[in-house]
Design a protein around this ligand. Sequence first.
Ligand code: SF4
Length: 323
Amino acid sequence: MDLETKARLIAVGTVRLEEPQQEGRASTAGPGAGGQSIFFQSGPHMVRLSVTADSPLRLESRPDEAAILQDGREVACGRLVPPLLHCPGQAYLTVSERCIYDCKFCAVPRLKGGIKSQETVIQMVEEAARTGSMQAISLTSGVEVSPQQEGEKMTAMVRELCRFGVPIGVSICPYPGVNRLLHEAGAVEVKYNLECADRELFKRVCPGMSYQEIMDALVEAVEIFGKNHVFSNIILGLGESDEVLRRTIDDLTEKGIIPVLRAVYPHPLRAGEAVMERPSAERLLDLARYLKDALEKNRLDGRAALTGCYRCTGCDLIPGRDL
Ligand code: SF4
């Protein structure tokens, strides 16, 4: 699979299985939470696709490989990669599968999922470590009670998880002081999601949250965790313009923050609540190339990521890894 094919697959974002329930794994993380997905590796690229019954793409299992077909024609040939916990090679856990906020594109507040205790998290990581293929731990979380309570809970978990001897990354809703806490506990990377590049749109799709406070936490994080270790998800397809996206990419990379350009997942639980338009392959490629140039201009390197999405590469076109 070449870069253009990966972009085509991400633009669709879904795949149909021959035998439903067999190959997909449930996801508990982020906007697309609650569904099943597969990881498909072909040549140097890997892509994660959500499993749906009505996808135009179909996964075909063959004796020693797998293929993705559209209208009966092969789009890519490769193999399925089993995830460890959520994604390949990482114990990637969602601690609180619920949220007091109500971002209009995110399924987590609607799913009202469970809360993992520290004991559960450690037990899951222990099992993942026993496979011998755990290269990193990534923790993410909705907000159960308050950002402060979540941050303190995650800090305590990070402290315990350091004993596994792999890099730990944390993605939570930030608040003043959280960077120091996480860093002192032993986390090496953070991701605080700005989600929507357009500040006016942000107010509508992330009510009750402050774009500026997230940005302030990201800027401070670069001082504490260093360049190449601070990330922020920017969703593509919420109605933002490419001009605003390019300006945001420039702004973030000039500050030493690495944007994760993430195609919106129009979750059925959020139908009609916000504009959610999956970006085309051309738009994904165009913006990924712009991001690659911006990272290079600001001496940032996607390959240096130790945890999370730049290490996984399943959902996005990742500069430094895919292009
Ligand atoms: S790229 Fe990130 S969100 Fe996507 S599967 Fe990998 S770790 Fe999960």
